[in-house]
Each structure stands twice: as C-alpha cells, then as structure tokens.
Design a protein around this ligand. Structure first.
Ligand code: RET
Length: 245
C-alpha cells in the first residue's frame, strides 16, 4: 500500500476539522424536538462525519492508490470520491429541502451529481493516456454544468414560493455552493491528476480547505438560522389533506 507523503499534514488537519464540525452540529441539534428541523440536522451531521472518516482513511494511507500513466506514477486519493459520492448529494438535499423542491427536482440533482462524481473517479483512475483522463474530466464537467443549471433555474424557481427569509437563506447557500464547487474541477485539472501544474502537497491543501468550507462552513450557515428553518416548509409533493371532509 502506498504511504502518504508530506501532504499528510493537511489530511490530518482535515480529519480533525471534520470531526470537530460533526461534534458541533450534534451539539447544535441536541435539543431539537421538531421533526422537520431534525431532518436538516441529521443530513448536515452526516456530511462532515462521512468526510472525517474519509480523511482519516487518506491520512492512514488506506484511501490512497497509485496509477501509472505514460510511465509516470501518480498518487490518487480515491477515498475523496467515496466521500463526495455521499456528501455532495446530501448537501444538495439540504438545499433542496430549503427550497421546498419536489421529488423530481431532487432526483435530477442527485442523479447529475452522482454522474459527476463517478466520471470524475474514472478520470482519476484512467491509465490509458493523459488525453483520456482529461476527456473524462470533461464528461464530469458536463454533468456538473447541467447540475449548476438546474440549481439556478428549476431549484431557484421552486425556492421563490418559500417565505422571504427562507428564500434569502436559500439564495446565500446556493451561491456558496456554486462558488466553492466551481473550484473543485479547477484544482483537479491544475493538480497532479490533471496537468500537474500544482504539486500534490498544495493540491491536498486546496481540497482540504474547499471541503471544510463546503461542508462545515455550509452547515454552520444553514443550522445557525434556527428561526429560518422553522419556516422552511416541506416539499409541495402532496397537497395537505383538508380536515373538511
Ligand atoms: C471533479 C473532477 C472532474 C470534474 C469535476 C469534479 C467536481 C467535483 C466537485 C466536488 C465537490 C465536492 C464537495 C465536497 C465536500 O463538501 C470530480 C473534481 C466537475 C464539484 C462539495
């Protein structure tokens, strides 16, 4: 099993920050009795909890493998993709619940997201050629761009039916997601998986900062707004039964 190099320091910091974020969210949700709000807490607690285990596995060397592309050996932290496969859909579900999105919109977002992560993993593991890796990166970008489009079009339209404060929290979190998430494919392509312009040490630092902001930062913004979560009504999936009949 390959062992992590000096980038290990970032992986341990990531493990610690994700674990602390998990504990903080558990603490914030401890006394929550309202089932609807509990849903936000449960989802948001799982996000850094999954990341903490993924970071731990990378720091220990378990989440690391090597691939050889055109005679060059690359260290690939595959555990990132295992983390993202679960946590990015959870982040989108948090946003979608806030928007009061319907099931079809949620399913579309999650489907596109899974397509993005799986093809990103293929890009990372492909050994055929450098060009093939970049081609798969492009396929993953395709899923990502459609996902962003659904976020700004359909999901935003659905959020406009929510009360004002919920709508503005949604808009803030949506913008945070768009800005932070856009950095991932850039770090990937300039880093060792792609063009190799940035060494693994700094690439690992970059992903760690992004992951902490996109998970723990996002979670704080969402959960600190308790009064807003109160007003976030669930999806308009089924009309409420009336007591009249
Ligand atoms: C990859 C490489 C291939 C192209 C694209 C990517 C996008 C990844 C994204 C990840 C987001 C992760 C988050 C994690 C934790 O909170 C797979 C890097 C488009 C958008 C938000």
């Amino acid at each position: 099993m390959p062992q992590p190099g000096p980038e290990n320091v970032w992986l341990w910091i990531g493990t610690a920050l994700m674990a602390l974020g998990t504990l903080a969210f558990i603490g914030m949700g401890w006394n929550e009795k309202d089932e609807q709000k509990q849903e936000f807490y449960i989802i948001t607690i799982f996000i850094p909890a999954i990341a903490a285990t993924s970071y731990f596995s990378m720091a220990m060397g378990f989440g690391l493998t090597e691939v050889t592309v055109a005679g060059e050996v690359l260290d690939i932290y595959w555990a990132r993709y295992a983390d993202w496969l679960f946590t990015t859909p959870l982040l989108l579900i948090d946003l979608a619940l806030l928007a009061g999105a319907d099931r079809n919109t949620i399913a579309t977002l999650v489907g596109l997201d899974i397509g993005m992560i799986i093809t990103g993993l293929v890009a990372a593991l492909t050994t055929a050629s450098e060009a093939m890796r970049i081609a798969w990166w492009g396929v993953s970008d395709g899923f990502f761009l459609v996902l962003l489009f659904v976020l700004v079009s359909r999901l935003t339209a659905q959020a406009s039916d929510q009360p004002g404060e919920v709508g503005s929290l949604f808009a803030r979190l949506r913008n945070v997601v768009i800005l932070l998430w856009l950095a991932y494919p850039i770090v990937w392509i300039v880093g060792t998986e792609g063009l190799g312009l940035v060494p693994l040490y700094w690439e690992t630092a970059g992903f760690m900062v992004l992951d902490v902001l996109a998970k723990v930062g996002f979670g704080f913004l969402l959960l600190r707004s308790r009064s807003v979560l109160d007003k976030a009504t669930p999806a308009a999936t089924e009309p409420e039964a009336t007591a009249a009949d």
